[in-house]
Design a protein around this ligand. Structure first.
Ligand code: PEP
Ligand code: MN
Length: 339
């Protein structure tokens, strides 16, 4: 960290700062300028106490961090892209995977029909919420255990891998028996106990970005998974809340580019929660592919008008087929291979 002192700070006041820096576990290197002194504090900022508290001293102007707060997720810690292996399906490092299916698992007919349709169109992974985080307690909360059973039946029938959300640390073991990927939703993006429990399960985890989560916070949440022993992490951009009303959320494609630059982890884009409008899903998928994303999470329903959740943003089978077809030139251009 760099501690910048106010101009013309007397010697004894500089000394006071140097002593505090030592007390907090850093090695101080004062640099005396003509007018101003700065103290370079050498030490591992991730594990030492922060020096920001020194700004309470009247002679301290500013404290500037030098290191990034995350380590294992950063590009510096790993030269090549991480490829997450989902029971034989590779994601990342040039391999692009499409995960598709309904927002919620609603019935056997709905799920099996959707699984068959998304498989035929080119998806390898079936999404579907058995446990749904709903804003209102009066809305459909998902089929729970029965939903998990239907997801297993769909996997048996089609061979698709399964991604489904785990809402609580209590359910991690149960959901892991069905899921090939555990989805951590936007509302749980910084539920650190849930993250730790998911890390323990060693299952691949798709970590959504929180609705008002900074990129740094998102990467630090992923750091929890890695530092607790689970390297199989997919970052997922799903839109953030802004002042805009034409869309449900603002899909932050710049965050995709930044996450790709900062981290070796694969980045998935969810255009469905990302904009909340079925009519924009196709173009946002193309944008995501062109930006260098490593996969998509798309909501598909046999009859979106009758969906029990998120009907307005789910595409039907025809649109989904077109979506995959129109995506291919963009994947080629971005040197991504559809798995
Ligand atoms: C979902 O995928 O249906 C969902 C609830 O996502 P999010 O957590 O991003 O809102
Ligand atoms: Mn949804």
């Amino acid at each position: 960290m760099i501690v910048v002192l106010k101009p013309r700070t007397p010697k004894e006041k500089i000394q006071e700062v140097i002593e505090e820096v030592v007390k907090l576990g850093y090695t101080p290197h004062p640099i005396h300028g003509e007018l101003q002194t700065v103290v370079a504090a050498i030490g591992d900022e991730r594990t030492h106490l922060t020096l920001e508290s020194l700004t309470v001293l009247p002679q301290v102007e500013r404290v500037l961090p030098v290191q990034k707060r995350y380590k294992l997720v950063s590009r510096e810690s790993r030269g090549e892209d991480t490829i997450v292996n989902v029971d034989g399906i590779q994601i990342g490092g040039g391999y692009f995977a499409i995960m598709a299916g309904p927002c919620s698992v609603e019935s056997e007919d709905q799920l099996i029909a959707t699984a068959r349709a998304v498989k035929a169109a080119g998806a390898k992974i079936l999404r579907g919420g058995a446990y749904k985080p709903r804003t209102s307690p009066y809305e459909f909360q998902g089929l729970g255990n029965e939903g998990l059973r239907l997801l297993r039946a769909a996997r048996k029938e089609t061979g698709l891998k399964i991604i489904t959300e785990v809402l609580s640390e209590r359910d991690v073991e149960l959901v892991s028996e069905t899921a090939d990927i555990l989805q951590i939703g936007a509302r749980n993006a910084q539920n650190f106990q849930l993250l730790i429990e998911c890390a323990r399960s060693k299952k691949p985890v798709l970590l959504k970005r929180g609705m008002s989560e900074r990129i740094e916070e998102w990467l630090l949440a992923a750091e929890y998974l890695l530092v607790k022993g689970n390297p199989n992490v997919l970052l997922c951009e799903r839109g953030i809340r802004t002042f805009e009303t034409y869309t449900r959320n603002t899909l932050d494609l710049a965050a995709v580019a930044i996450a790709k630059r900062e981290s070796h982890l694969p980045v998935i884009v969810d255009p469905s929660q990302g904009c909340g409008r079925a009519d924009l899903v196709k173009v946002l998928c193309r944008g995501a592919a062109a930006m260098g994303a490593d996969g998509l999470l798309v909501e598909v329903h046999p009859n979106p008008a009758e969906a029990l959740s998120d009907g307005q943003q789910q595409v039907d089978f025809d649109v989904f087929r077109q979506l995959v077809h129109e995506l291919l030139p963009f994947l080629n251009a971005a040197e991504r291979k559809l798995v």
